[in-house]
Design a protein around this ligand. Structure first.
Ligand SMILES: Nc1nc2c(ncn2[C@@H]2O[C@H](COP(=O)(O)OP(=O)(O)OP(=O)(O)O)[C@@H](O)[C@H]2O)c(=O)[nH]1
Length: 304
């Protein structure tokens, strides 16, 4: 592990380094609280552990610990364990240090075996925490990703669109939304099987992603329904861009088991205007899509 020691007494630093290197750790030393804080702030992810002396010049270990904890107070998962060292075994000092953000407290003189045991216990907690953080990240990704196409799902798309609507409103910018629906998709399932349908959905998603313009956001918001968010795009330009997305799908056949398969999409487009929410925009685009279907499919309709 990469351990940062903050200790103003040289003999204690040397002893700590000796013990820790013997245990296989990499050690860096600083000599006061301010140096400790600045070193951690400048390279937060570099450190697995901090071993901090309580009483140091310039800034005490307690103060440095408080400031280090404040750096990531809104992301508790970014936590570096802190073990305090002190010549004092006073209960009030121990209480203060733990309250400042320490995870353990050792009384000097340093006992090699106790230090090794404490590090082992702390490493176990770190491993468990890393596992939980990893699991949380995977769960978060699962809850926002469509399993079949790996595109953002409806929930994630609506979240992104909500942010774009807020920006459009705040900065008086244009914004458009499109809903694309594969035409007669049921026929593909009926004719070639559900597996073929799944594969076509994946290929459509890939093709749309390849054609994506910088800043545009795409999501799979329903079975055979995709949505696009086009920031900084006025209604006329959105119509053109979305019709190009339609052509990206309809213009060239897809393939299933080596056989060409023509797939077309209908597209509904709606432009942001003051006061509408992300859900209103999707509804407006949906109603334009309905008109595109009624107009014969494989076309783009814009909501005025
Ligand atoms: N293979 C596959 N099919 C799906 C998936 N999600 C939805 N579907 C199918 O998509 C089809 C949608 O059919 P409809 O709603 O009748 O629409 P459509 O056949 O595309 O007709 P129009 O939209 O009117 O052009 C249904 O057969 C659903 O079972 C999926 O994840 N995989």
């Amino acid at each position: 592990m990469n351990i940062l020691i903050a200790e103003d007494t040289q003999s204690d630093r040397l002893l700590l380094r000796f013990y820790l290197e013997k245990l296989g750790h990499t050690v860096t030393e600083v000599v006061n609280g301010e140096e400790l804080f600045n070193t951690v702030k400048d390279g937060y992810d570099d450190w697995d552990f901090l071993i901090v002396d309580l009483n140091m010049p310039v800034m005490t270990g307690e103060q440095a610990a408080r400031e280090i904890r404040a750096l990531h107070s809104d992301s508790p998962e970014d936590w570096i364990p802190i073990i305090f060292l002190s010549g004092s075994d006073n209960d009030a000092d121990i209480e203060r240090c733990i309250e400042a953000g320490a995870d353990d407290y050792l009384v000097k003189p340093i006992q090699h075996k106790v230090l090794a045991a404490k590090l082992m216990a702390m490493a176990r907690i770190v491993a468990m925490r890393n596992k939980l953080v990893g699991m949380n990240k995977r769960l978060e990704a699962l809850s926002t990703t469509d399993y079949l196409t790996t595109l953002p799902n409806r929930r994630a798309f609506e979240t992104s669109l909500k942010e774009e609507v807020a920006k459009a409103s705040r900065y008086q910018q244009s914004l458009s939304v499109a809903v694309l629906d594969i035409d007669h998709f049921k026929n593909i399932n009926d004719q070639y099987g559900h597996h073929a349908g799944d594969e076509i959905l994946q290929q459509v998603a890939e093709r749309l992603q390849e054609g994506l313009r910088g800043g545009d956001v795409i999501g799979r918001i329903g079975g055979e329904e995709f949505a696009l968010c086009l920031p900084h795009t006025e209604s006329k330009d959105a119509f053109r861009a979305c019709d190009r997305y339609r052509e990206v799908i309809s213009g060239m056949p897809f393939h299933y088991n080596g056989a060409p398969l023509t797939v077309t999409v209908s597209v509904g487009v709606a432009a942001y205007r003051e006061g509408v929410t992300q859900l209103d925009l999707i509804k407006l685009a949906d109603s334009a899509l309905y008109d595109a279907k009624r107009a014969g499919r494989n076309c783009t309709v814009e909501r005025d």
